[in-house]
Design a protein around this ligand. Structure first.
Ligand code: TPP
Ligand code: MG
Length: 373
């Protein structure tokens, strides 16, 4: 379905209490998938709590929490087909899980094991910590798929802060010019570490930036999983099959879409951050009223899809899945320190060889154990 929405209108299906908003179209999702959507969001929330606690106990290096952002991740990832791809930043643990990355792999990566960031069986590109770099990768991969006749869509996640990077402009500009099958998904969580959204851009919305690149921008309530699912499905359909020319680009249909999902990160930027120095508790409390999990739960209870018993059963299964993932991650033998050089480039450079040789000399001097400490 090709849609041409005004990027100043925020798409919403559920109100803050989980009721359907007047005039909203509820996306066509079967009951099992709705239950899965709810479970994935509960799983993400619980995983997040446990991961922060592991870091506090010294069992993990650092971790970027996602609480508050579950609907944006789960709703969008569930709208993709098997052949589609996601290009995450560093916060999309829930989207990656929906796409087939094990929670144990995600934990291993944040525990310092690079092998946890090699999701070979899932159509998930490795985590990108340098801001906005994945936008260029996604545009390039989408363009390549187009050239080879591969019928897949490429969904790229990034934050509000990433829209100030040159890579954002270059990636979206190129995507528009070459009309690639990409969906750019901006998780606008209101903050880029301590920089608020209004210091990021003077644009009224981030979605409207798409207009300058010649394609559609859509604003959605990112804490409403049904609305996120709907706008992402529409964008994916359009990426794969642009249909007739649209009003926003007379003469031809444009395939990419920029989605701005308005949301809030309840926790810190990472476990190395203290948000109390730059934002008020009142602000956090205000956004917590939009918490996506109780909203979807209320909607599903109202429709008789969930009840006390099934909600409790989901809670228990989520706890045991996360506990097993932690166990599996901690049981995995740690990689040899020298392996850190293996994934930097496709081929080792001279400089990396020098660094590897230096490490080897240190190993001979101190031994593996002391070196790891
Ligand atoms: C190129 C680059 N510059 C700076 C940083 C440091 N940095 C890490 S996260 C971050 C803020 C990103 O904010 P946003 O894009 O809104 O994503 P969020 O963390 O809120 O999900 C910055 C500046 C980096 N990782 N990469
Ligand atoms: Mg942000």
């Amino acid at each position: 379905m090709s849609t041409h929405r005004d990027p100043r209108d925020r798409v919403q299906v559920l109100d803050e209490d989980g009721g359907v908003r007047e005039g909203a179209t509820v996306p066509d999702i079967d009951e099992d998938s709705l239950t899965e959507m709810y479970r994935e969001m509960r799983l993400a929330r619980h995983f997040d709590r446990r991961a922060v606690s592991l870091q506090r106990q010294g069992r993990m290096g650092t971790y970027p929490p996602l609480s508050g952002q579950e609907a944006a991740q789960v709703g969008s990832a569930m709208a993709l087909a098997d052949e589609d791809w996601i290009f995450p930043s560093y916060r999309e643990h829930a989207a990656a899980h929906v796409r087939g990355v094990g929670l144990d792999s995600t934990l291993r990566y944040w525990m310092g094991d690079e092998r946890g960031n090699d999701p070979d069986d899932a159509n998930v590109f490795p985590v990108a910590v340098p801001i906005a770099t994945q936008i260029l990768h996604a545009t390039g991969a989408a363009w390549a798929a187009d050239l080879t006749g591969d019928d897949a869509a490429f969904l790229c996640y990034f934050g509000d802060g990433a829209t100030s990077e040159g890579d954002f402009h270059e990636g979206l500009n190129f995507a528009g010019v070459f009309d690639v099958p990409a969906v750019f998904f901006c998780n606008n969580n209101q903050w880029a570490i301590s920089v608020p959204r209004e210091r990021q851009s003077a644009s009224a919305t981030l979605a409207q930036k798409a207009h300058a690149y010649g394609f559609e921008g859509v604003l959605v309530d990112g804490m409403d999983p049904l609305a996120v699912y709907q706008v992402t499905s529409d964008a994916v359909s359009k990426a794969k099959d642009p249909g007739p020319a649209g009003d926003d680009a007379p003469g031809r249909a444009t395939r990419p879409t920029l989605i701005e999902a308005i949301q809030y990160r309840f926790g810190a930027h990472t476990t190395a951050d203290d948000p109390s120095v730059y934002r008020d508790d009142d602000e956090v409390e205000r956004w917590k009223r939009k918490d996506p999990i109780p909203r979807l739960e209320a909607y599903l209870r109202e429709r008789g899809i969930l009840d006390d018993e099934s909600v409790d059963a989901i809670g228990e299964s989520v706890e045991s899945e996360v506990a097993s993932a932690i166990d599996a991650a901690e049981r995995t033998e740690r990689p040899a320190p020298a392996e850190m050089f293996d994934h930097v480039h496709a081929e080792r450079t001279e400089r990396l060889d020098e660094q590897a040789a230096h490490l080897e000399r240190l190993r001979e001097r101190y031994g593996d154990e002391e070196l790891l400490e």
